[in-house]
Design a protein around this ligand. Structure first.
Ligand SMILES: [Zn+2]
Length: 485
């Protein structure tokens, strides 16, 4: 098969294509289990295989994909036809940043293949967790398991040949209860990286999940009995369970280079960031260093090589508060440098990914992380806070169309007065202007507060591409934030 693909790539080059690549997925499998109030509500499996072909012809892309591999010639011809049609109306000819031709393999860390585990064992796990959450105050219980296993071959006309074997495991426990006014509240636990352990079925540790189930039941009951969150301005201390979303929505998405260039306008798709800002915008206080680190061990945002065939990298996005980088692929860095009239980017950041063989790769978050800081543990930060609120668990989010403002609701809040943790409050919310908010960052927790969370459902593109990634974030405190409205 690979020999046939190489042959087709050579044939299209002979016909005038300046670049050709193919992603062959012999098999991608997924399984999703959902238990709701003790009933197995969903048990779905999906298998797909095929080839996606990209062709660059006179500065225009053509793409074609098929599951039917019996006539590869026709598939490659269709991709070339599409590129030739597009070449007649191209406004900004595509150029690709230089890259190394790589021959390599990547295998994500996995000890126990989740597809080798009997379905009965997986259902038994969900039943055990359901029983554990079936306690006073809890009206709805949700347990989810989701697995992906895929093999991908990437071959291009520049001599790259890459094989990837990736296994993903995601899991969620979520509970919902109603307070005495009939208003619903929720609390959840999502699987993230524990230590540097691997991410196969072994990461579904019933003991750990059981403890987390107990914790969220206890916290939900505290929320149900709590007073409403006050409306005022105070410090907010974000735990990793909400800090990941803050990072995702107000650093990750606005720094995708295709958004900065105006190509991605769906799903609050624009960005307030301009090319002029790169290298000079004070995005946050000097306590903020953020990076796109696709080399972080054992996270869905680490995948070896992107779908341009570029090796994963650890790129600083914001250096001590100054915007210095973006989430990039080969095409957009060239266009950005040309439009800006200066060399902002030295090459691709290796962030171009497609959600499946039949989609084209676009700039996606890898692991968008905030470096741990010098301000100690959560206890240290609380002790240093006069009036604040600790927030955890995303509940709802709305974001300005260019990500310049945001409003988030969280599942739980703990008031902080004079350096002490006070009562739990319900319906906590906070809002802000992205750049002002990050500039109000006044404390960043140390490594003991730094957690790696997994995201399995980041949406982008039309048609929509759902992507998996990660966020490693510490506890962070922001000053003078409007809460409760
Ligand atoms: Zn997203």
């Amino acid at each position: 098969m690979l020999a046939q693909i190489r042959q087709q790539i050579d044939r299209l080059q002979a016909q005038g294509a300046s670049y050709v690549d193919a992603r062959w997925v012999p098999l991608e499998e997924s399984r999703y289990l959902l238990m709701w109030n003790g009933n197995l509500k969903e048990n779905t499996s999906d298998r797909q295989s095929g080839v996606g072909v990209r062709v660059l012809y006179k500065g225009a892309w053509g793409f074609a994909a098929s599951s039917d591999l019996s006539n590869l010639g026709a598939l490659f011809d269709r991709a070339l036809d599409n590129a030739q049609a597009a070449a007649q109306r191209v406004t900004f000819p595509v150029r690709l940043a230089d890259k190394e031709a790589i021959q390599a393999t990547f295998t994500s860390p996995c000890q126990i293949d989740p597809f080798s585990v009997p379905l009965a064992d997986q259902i038994a796990f969900l039943q055990e967790m359901d029983g554990r959450m079936d306690r006073a105050g809890v009206q709805q219980r949700v347990g989810e398991l989701s697995f992906v296993r895929k093999q991908v071959f990437f071959v291009d006309s520049e001599g790259s040949e890459i094989e990837k074997r990736i296994t993903e495991v995601f899991s969620l426990l979520e509970i919902l209860g109603k307070d005495d006014q009939g208003v619903a509240h929720e609390r959840k636990f999502r699987l993230g990286r524990r230590g540097k352990s691997t991410r196969g079925w072994e990461s579904i540790d019933a003991e750990v999940f059981g403890q987390e189930a107990d914790r969220i039941v206890e916290e939900l009951n505290q929320v149900l009995a709590a007073e409403d969150c006050p409306k005022d301005d105070r410090a907010v201390i974000l735990l990793p369970g909400i800090m990941w979303l803050q990072t995702h929505e107000t650093i990750g998405h606005p720094l995708e280079l295709d958004r900065i260039l105006g190509y991605e306008l769906s799903y609050a798709g624009g960005s307030f960031v301009t090319l002029d800002d790169l290298g000079s915008l004070r995005y946050g206080s000097d306590k903020l260093t953020a990076r796109a680190d696709a080399t972080l061990p054992n996270s869905p945002g680490s995948f070896g090589f992107d779908d341009d065939g570029v090796a994963c990298q650890n790129t600083v996005l914001i250096d001590k508060g100054i915007l210095v980088g973006a989430i990039t692929g080969r095409q957009m860095v060239e266009e950005a440098n040309a439009r800006a009239g200066r060399q902002i980017f030295q090459g691709s950041g290796g962030c171009n990914r497609a959600s499946s063989f039949y989609r084209v790769p676009i700039e996606r978050m890898t692991n968008i992380n905030v470096d741990p800081g010098q301000d100690g543990t959560l206890e240290d930060i609380v002790r240093d806070t006069e009036q604040g609120i600790i927030l955890d668990g995303e509940r709802s989010w709305s974001i300005g169309s260019n990500r310049e403002q945001f409003h988030f609701a969280t599942e739980i809040g703990w008031l902080v007065e004079d350096g002490e943790i006070g009562p739990v409050v319900k319906n906590p919310t906070y809002k802000g202007d992205t750049v002002l908010f990050w500039n109000s960052l006044s404390a960043v927790g140390d490594e003991s507060t730094w957690e790696v969370g997994y995201v399995d459902n980041c949406g982008k593109g039309q048609p929509n591409q759902v992507m998996q990634l990660g966020h490693a974030v510490p506890v962070c405190r922001f000053d003078n934030v409007r809460i409760g409205e």
